[in-house]
Design a protein around this ligand. Structure first.
Ligand code: NAI
Ligand code: MG
Length: 395
């Protein structure tokens, strides 16, 4: 019997192209696992009115480890129109299966490494005053709270009377009290102390393991006093348990400016859900973008690893596939780290680093050309060729 059972959820579009490539790499590195396919995404919604089927939930509950490709999601109107005719008008509502999965399994630690590989033509460079260029080595991991904050899903347009009454009890609501219900939208930003403590602790533990000298909490406590305030206060409490590691504090707006000035100075950043989402995309853009952006959604019990890109429908039908499998492969490497086999995770990352550094095999995104059927004839590697190159460098 294999040591691990991995629930494999390719999902939609290019998820189906990149996920099998990551399994090829896992097999080659000697990760002892069997893979069980599970459905997720748009087809499930259209056929069953549920993008995250019960069988997938059961498999994750049982096996606790998931690899996920990407899904397609669409606005409510289109979601209703594409639902199988028998299911229309029966009250089915589309929910993002990723958000649902995070909430269902309390996958509250969302870890997103943005680590530059030497030789990647997409890396951030900075102009020097002497006219030359620096290419700082960026090694930043964002710890994004995954279940609360602005994505808790507690929101209304035209809030019911009891919610309206509660809002009216706040002195600052006076300015809005005359707005008619249909013209009023409210999203609640919820932070709880236990979850704040878990995400900050995860960030400090990572800093300790990797030998980094500081952790940055990135919020906006001067304006969003209660929720960002609780994040920052919790970070100060947790920091006391890590005497060798400094706690730095930045505001989300200023941080986005600084990431264009001195991104190499931030190794570990922790933030609430929306801010962490923004930060991780911004940092990912400095180290190669969506083709390189890996992530893990980690709970106490279950963990799911996925590239942060979506299903890229415009490339989904191309044969051969052209998208970059590296984000998916790096996500698989995070899964390997997670189960305590970091040596294998390192071997995967080293193989990716060797391919990028050599620079002979590059997918279209790494060549800065537009993607399409023509990419291959312009010299871009296909998805499979990129994986082959990584396999050839595996030691
Ligand atoms: P996307 O990430 O699917 O694609 C945006 C663009 O990024 C692509 O057109 C392509 O140019 C590039 N790209 C993405 N992945 C790449 C890769 N591996 N290699 C090279 N280039 C890559 O985002 P988009 O177009 O906004 O959304 C498409 C669908 O995906 C939508 O239905 C959206 O809701 C969904 N989505 C799903 C996510 C997930 O499953 N985690 C995340 C983001 C979007
Ligand atoms: Mg995002």
């Amino acid at each position: 019997m294999a040591k691990h059972t991995v629930v494999s959820m390719p999902g939609d579009g290019i998820g189906n192209q990149v996920l099998p490539e990551s399994i090829r790499v896992l097999k080659a590195v000697g990760f002892d696992a069997e893979y069980i396919h599970a459905d997720i995404g748009w087809d499930c919604w259209c056929q069953q009115g549920n993008a995250l089927p019960d069988r997938t939930i059961e498999l994750l509950t049982k096996h606790k480890l998931g690899l996920f490709g990407a899904i397609t999601s669409k606005p409510n109107k289109e979601a209703q129109a594409e639902l199988k005719p028998e299911l229309r008008g029966k009250g089915y509502v589309y929910y993002s299966p990723i958000v649902t999965m995070r909430q269902r399994f309390n996958l509250d630690i969302c870890q997103r490494p943005c680590i530059g590989f030497i030789g990647n033509p997409l890396n951030y460079i900075r102009k020097r005053t002497d006219g030359g260029f620096d290419e700082p080595k960026i090694d930043t991991t964002i710890f994004r709270q995954g279940t609360e904050g602005m994505y808790a899903g507690i929101e209304w347009t035209n809030p019911p009377d009891n919610v309206r009454a509660a809002l009216n009890s706040h002195p600052k609501f006076k300015n809005f009290s005359n707005i008619p219900g249909p013209d009023l939208a409210v999203s609640c930003r919820i932070i709880t102390r236990p979850a704040a403590k878990r995400i900050v602790t995860a960030a400090f533990e990572y800093a300790k393991k990797r030998g980094f000298k500081g952790v940055t909490i990135c919020e906006k406590p001067n304006v969003v006093r209660e929720t960002s305030g609780m994040m920052e206060e919790t970070a100060k409490e947790v920091a006391k348990n890590y005497p060798g590691i400094a706690l730095w504090s930045t505001n989300i707006d200023a941080q986005l400016m600084w990431l264009n000035k001195n991104p190499e100075e931030y190794n570990v950043i922790v933030a609430s859900n929306l801010f962490g989402d923004i930060l991780s995309d911004a940092f990912a853009g400095l180290v190669g973008g969506l083709g390189f952006a890996a992530s893990g959604n980690i709970g106490d019990d279950v963990a799911v690893f996925e590239p942060t890109h979506g299903s890229a429908p415009k490339y989904a039908e191309l044969n051969p596939p052209i998208v970059n499998p590296i984000a998916m492969i790096l996500s698989a490497a995070m899964m390997v780290d997670h189960v305590g086999e970091r040596d294998k995770g390192d071997r995967i990352r080293n193989a990716v680093a060797a391919v990028v550094k050599e620079g002979k095999v590059r997918t279209y995104d790494m060549m800065r050309i537009s993607g399409g059927a023509k990419s291959i004839s312009q010299g871009a590697a296909s998805t499979v060729q990129m994986t082959d190159a990584i396999l050839a460098k595996l030691k």
